[in-house]
Design a protein around this ligand. Structure first.
Ligand code: FAD
Ligand code: DLZ
Ligand code: SF4
Length: 508
């Protein structure tokens, strides 16, 4: 019997397990732009345009390679509105009840597919290096799951940067050499910009028409939208940004949204690039003497370490993970996250850049927008939905552990051993934001005090019971306790007043 082969918007890979398992001579690929996927959060218009264009081009590529493809556009009159409904419609059209699918990256969709009254075979997503079973075995019996140890297993498994059973360069991790602040560099080359073509132009008009109320600027649109373009972006990164990737990994500059970051996450996550091929290309650059070990190791660690680790956590922890709230934070997400005015220069830049590009790099996500939400006690589900919506690389399997776990500590310490919180001093050290800010980063109290300075202590004191015993945080509690009593009271009272102003919608 003919089978339907489901290919989702983030499964645009020739090597997808469902395509490999299918019979090209008889089976029919089903792809669909549907309201339910475009609407489970209000995705950034650039993210929708990127995916729909890449989906249309991938469908054309499959057809050229000999596949029969049943493709539904968002504005097709028969569009059934969701992936399960589209499968049912196509099953009736082609007289079959067999479906081959590769496991989606979200519990919501996995469960929805399992409920479709058709014979569904759901295959493992083999585009990842670590299987669910391997991760479970690795995690079993460990008191705490730490990325560093998992990463070493992935190095051994892939053989990347290995010299027999020893790490190349004698160390597994070269982070000690990284984390330098960056100086503005007018000569840093930006990634190649996509040419507008007929497919992209049509999708841009559709997205403009249907999603213009969503947060984010659609135009100008520069992302690549097919594999050839994504490969060009990879080569650009290897040539121009990888050599200093390690050095400037944690740096932030107001006028340089990308620095030495790859801007490859959206292509890898959608399937246009394979994670292992990207790492092998970086390792080759090291072997050719083009990039130093601290950069190449740091880059590879992000992919075979962090990326695989967070996916393992998402599937190991189960369906409720994205909605955990270990610190019982309940504050509403402040309007400034949706572009509302703010005097905090770091947040204005990180959010403004997110609105323009559907992109912010890791330290902006973690230490600016994430740090502020955590210090202010924003409800982590609201924070999670924001990150899932606004970034072009966001899918729940990778976004939720990064947001709920790493950034908001809402999983109670599954992903990280301590919360990522900092006062303004960290942002000042790693960026040029503070010099252009209405607040003064050196002021700890008073009308110009940097809000991060006030909220930092407020957070620590709010959660003293939970964190005072953490050896990595004890020093901060000692510092607070050494302050004179008046100063302690002033800091906490000013933080309370700031939070009241934030809640009332006043300009902060
Ligand atoms: P680079 O900084 O150049 O890193 C290279 C690659 O390493 C990335 O493309 C990505 O594939 C991988 N990588 C790096 N860090 C991580 C990480 N922590 N987890 C998984 N992969 C990583 N990443 C996503 O892919 N999707 C998300 O929805 C997402 N949400 C995040 C939310 C928060 C609160 C935080 C703190 C981080 C989030 N990240 C997410 C991780 C990271 O910020 C992005 O992968 C990275 O910024 C993508 O940009 P880049 O391609 O320029 O990456
Ligand atoms: C993110 C997204 C969007 C915006 N639209 C579609 C779509 O119309 N059709 C589709 O197949 N996939 C889409 N996606 C990606 C899915 O949301 C993604 O496959 C799941 O979240 C699982 O990762
Ligand atoms: Fe951000 Fe504070 Fe620096 Fe202003 S002073 S940019 S609020 S860290």
């Amino acid at each position: 019997m003919v089978k339907l082969v489901l290919v989702l918007g983030d499964q645009l890979s020739d090597g997808l397990s469902a395509l490999r398992e299918a019979d090209q001579t008889s089976d029919i690929v089903v792809m669909a732009e549907v309201a339910s996927e475009a609407g489970y959060v209000r995705h950034h218009p650039k993210k929708i345009a990127f995916l729909f264009t890449a989906m249309r081009k991938f469908a054309a590529h499959l057809q050229q390679s000999g596949w029969r493809v049943a493709y539904t556009r968002l504005d097709d009159p028969e569009n059934a509105g969701s992936i399960p409904a589209e499968l049912l419609r196509r099953a009736e059209e082609f007289g079959t009840d067999r479906v081959l699918a590769t496991e989606p990256g979200e519990w919501r969709l996995i469960d929805a597919l399992r409920e479709v009254p058709l014979h569904l075979t759901m295959l493992e997503d083999t585009r990842f290096i670590c299987t669910h079973a391997e991760f479970k075995t690795w995690a079993e019996g460990r008191k705490a799951l730490r990325m560093e140890y998992f990463y070493r297993e992935m190095r051994r498994k892939t053989g990347l940067l290995m010299d027999g059973d020893k790490p190349v360069g004698g160390k597994w991790n070269f982070d000690h050499d990284n984390r330098k602040p960056a100086r503005a560099d007018l000569f840093r080359k930006t990634p190649p910009k996509a040419q507008n073509d007929a497919v992209l132009a049509e999708v841009l008009d559709l997205v403009e028409d249907r999603f213009s109320d969503n947060f984010g600027n659609l135009r100008p649109f520069h992302f690549q939208t097919d594999r050839a373009g994504a490969l060009r972006a990879l080569e650009h990164f290897i040539d121009h940004a990888l050599p200093e990737f390690g050095d400037y990994q944690d740096a932030m500059l107001a006028d340089d949204p990308l620095l030495n970051h790859a801007l490859l996450g959206l292509y890898i996550n959608a399937g246009l690039l394979d994670a292992l091929e990207v790492c092998e290309r970086a390792a080759k650059a090291y072997e050719a003497g083009h990039a130093p070990i601290n950069s190449v190791e740091g880059f590879i660690r992000q992919i075979i370490g962090w990326r695989e680790f967070v996916r393992g956590i998402y599937f190991l922890e189960g369906r409720d993970y994205a909605h955990r709230n270990a610190l019982s934070h309940q504050r509403k997400l402040p309007a400034l996250y949706w572009g509302g005015n703010t005097k905090m220069n770091c947040l204005r830049h990180a959010v403004g850049q997110t609105r323009d590009l559907a992109y912010a790099h890791h330290i902006q996500r973690l230490m600016v927008t994430g740090n502020f939400a955590l210090l202010a006690g924003v409800n982590p589900t609201a924070v999670h939905e924001w990150y899932l919506a606004v970034y072009a690389d966001a899918y729940e399997w990778v976004e939720a552990p990064n947001t709920v776990g790493m950034s908001q500590f809402a999983d109670g310490g599954v992903v990280g051993s301590k919360p990522y919180v900092s006062s303004g001093a960290y942002i000042d050290r790693m960026s040029d934001y503070c010099s252009g800010c209405a607040y003064k980063v050196k002021d700890k109290t008073g009308p110009s005090a940097c809000p991060f300075n006030l909220l930092y202590w407020h957070f620590l004191i709010r959660h003293r019971d939970r964190f005072a015993g953490n050896p990595r945080m004890a020093q901060m509690y000692r510092t607070f306790d050494r302050m004179d009593e008046d100063r302690r009271k002033t800091v906490l009272a000013e933080a309370d007043a700031f939070l009241e102003r934030l809640d009332s919608g006043a300009l902060v």
